[in-house]
Design a protein around this ligand. Structure first.
Ligand code: UDP
Length: 242
């Protein structure tokens, strides 16, 4: 399973060339290794392949709306190349490959300074600092708890499907709704601070998971948002205590 890549915008903005390298050359190296050992190879791709989507929710047959020269392109285009090179190995050498398009995932053991919205808001709320909402907070995301994603990845790796499969939780909310949920779940009185929206930040994102349900023995995320949020907050509290 090739999950090697920065995945937080903060990280790939800081390391654009490494992000391009790992998605392109790194993925090709792993495909060569898989070929040499007649191994299966699963690529962790991303909902970022859809860019700022014109189609909602996103199905796997949507080709996406990616800015090829914007600041996110180092990640988006590396992953799109990774999908292309994976399909080329599958077609040319008959390698058994799978491609997971992973949507926003969260849970315990994310870095506190990861930069993504889930650890950011929880860390800020627990410290009583302002929750930093980018833009007006009307953009949407759909958050999947990590154990549900891992279950989907394992099922996909055992499937015979070479074309991309969305893995994510279709439970969609605005960033502002997410901020309110974090405040409520932590009992925090942190104010909300509105900061500029990063360039090309997708306006909305929600997976259509009907393909995964059809191919992966009715795989469907099981962990409700409130439960996943509580487990993640508990973990970050323990990290603060330590
Ligand atoms: N975001 C935010 N405040 C933060 C971090 C992120 O409002 O402190 C927003 C970000 O602009 C995006 C959404 O939350 O609209 C999800 O961002 P994240 O970096 O977690 O992942 P992305 O979906 O952009 O890859």
């Amino acid at each position: 399973m090739n999950l090697a890549s920065p995945a937080s915008p903060k990280d790939y903005f800081e390391h654009p060339l490494e992000t391009l390298d790992v998605g392109s050359n790194g993925t090709r190296n792993l495909l060569e290794l898989a070929r040499a050992h007649s191994a299966r190879s699963l690529l962790a791709s991303t909902s970022e392949c859809y860019g700022d989507p014109d189609v909602h929710p996103q199905r796997e047959d949507y080709w996406g709306n990616v800015n090829p020269v914007g600041p996110r392109s180092c990640y988006d285009e590396a992953k799109r190349f990774a999908e292309a090179v994976t399909m080329a190995y599958h077609r040319k050498y008959g390698l058994t490959t799978q491609i997971a398009r992973i949507f926003n995932t969260y849970g315990p053991r994310m870095k506190l300074d990861d930069g993504r919205v889930v650890p950011n808001f929880i860390d800020q709320a627990l410290h009583g600092r302002p929750l930093t909402v980018y833009g007006d907070g009307s953009q949407t995301r759909s958050f999947c708890y990590v154990t549900d994603l891992v279950d989907g990845l394992i099922r996909l790796s055992l499937s015979g499907e070479p074309f991309p499969v969305n893995l994510g939780n279709p439970h969609e909310m605005t960033v502002l709704e997410f901020a309110e949920a974090v405040r409520a779940a932590t009992g925090s009185h942190s104010p909300i601070e509105f900061l500029p929206l990063p360039t090309d930040d997708p306006r909305r994102r929600r997976p259509d998971i009907s393909k995964a349900q059809r191919l992966l023995d009715n795989w469907t995320p099981q962990v409700p948002f409130a439960e996943g949020l509580r487990l993640t907050i508990d973990h970050i509290r323990r990290q603060h205590a330590a």
